[in-house]
Structure formats: structure tokens, C-alpha cells
Ligand binder design. Structure first.
Ligand code: ZN
Ligand code: ZN
Length: 162
């Protein structure tokens, strides 16, 4: 039996860009010998489809609308997989998730510019930023394990509007 609301809106992916990104993620997983199962793919698609960072509970709602079912542990397990594969990132400040700009790269240092007007998040990928923070931390005798850089501000488009 097919849930009545399983169909995505016809205009959800007019250019096919979303499907192309999901296909690239699927290919990257296949190369690494891991499987982008239906549920993982659905969660990834919901994240990529969202125009701004999306939280776990919004994902749960989206999954239920899409498939007619879904429980929090299912969503969290799918998120763990997608994070481990570097297909998505967690934006700590917002406790929400965004798709990685490059599906083919397996985990990398990322920094985020978070616009507090429109809510959009831009991903930067600058190894020099992480290296600089690491170097400063080590001068304090600190061994950094993970560096999170999130910059709060106003994006170019929102500055143009005002
Ligand atoms: Zn990334
Ligand atoms: Zn903005």
C-alpha cells in the first residue's frame, strides 16, 4: 500500500539539480563500499531540499510526510551515517544540518557563515583556518581534536536588500 502523500510536489526539483546531488552522494557511497539505503537517501534529500539548515524534528516530520512512517532513532541513525560520510554537516549553533557542498569529499574541515537575516548558511572550506586555530591552541599546550568555526552575520544578498 502506498501512502497518499508519498509524491513529492512536481516543482520540488524543477532543474533536476537535487536528484543529481543525491545521485553523486550515492555514487560516492558505492565507491567507499557503504550503502545509501532508502531511508538515508530520503533524509539526505530532505536536507538538500531545505533552503536553510534543518533540525532533526523537522526532518522527522518530513520523513513521515514522505514515507508515512519514521521514528526519532531512525532519523538519528541516518544523520550519523550521513555525517560520518561527510555528506552533511552539523551547524552546532543552530543544532541543525546542512548538505555538504561537495558530495565526493570524505569529511573535511568546514567553516560556516550564518546569516541571521535570511537564515542561510554558506560553507567555507579553508584548511588554513583550522591549521591556524590548531597552531594557536598548541602554543597553549592544548591538543585540539575538533575545530568548529561558525561566523554569525549578514549575507551579501541581505546587505543589498537593506
Ligand atoms: Zn562540506
Ligand atoms: Zn541573508
Amino acid at each position: 500500500m502506498r501512502p497518499e502523500i508519498a509524491q513529492a510536489a512536481p516543482d520540488a526539483d524543477p532543474t533536476g539539480a537535487l536528484s543529481a546531488r543525491v545521485a553523486r552522494a550515492e555514487a560516492a557511497c558505492a565507491r567507499r563500499g557503504v550503502r545509501l539505503t532508502a531511508i538515508r537517501r530520503d533524509v539526505l534529500r530532505l536536507i538538500l531540499q531545505a533552503d536553510e539548515p534543518i533540525g532533526a524534528y523537522a526532518l522527522l516530520d518530513g520523513l513521515r510526510a514522505l514515507t508515512g512512517s519514521g521514528k526519532p532513532p531512525t532519523v538519528y541513525r541516518a544523520l550519523d551515517f550521513l555525517l560520518a560520510q561527510g555528506l552533511i554537516h552539523r551547524v552546532e549553533r543552530l543544532n541543525a544540518f546542512v548538505g555538504c557542498h561537495d558530495e565526493a569529499v570524505h569529511q573535511h574541515a568546514a567553516q560556516f557563515l550564518i546569516c541571521h537575516d535570511c537564515g542561510r548558511v554558506a560553507e567555507l572550506e579553508d584548511a588554513a583556518v583550522e591549521a591556524a586555530i590548531g597552531a594557536v591552541a598548541r602554543t597553549q599546550g592544548f591538543a585540539p581534536a575538533r575545530v568548529t568555526v561558525e561566523v554569525d552575520g549578514v549575507c551579501g544578498a541581505c546587505q543589498d536588500k537593506s
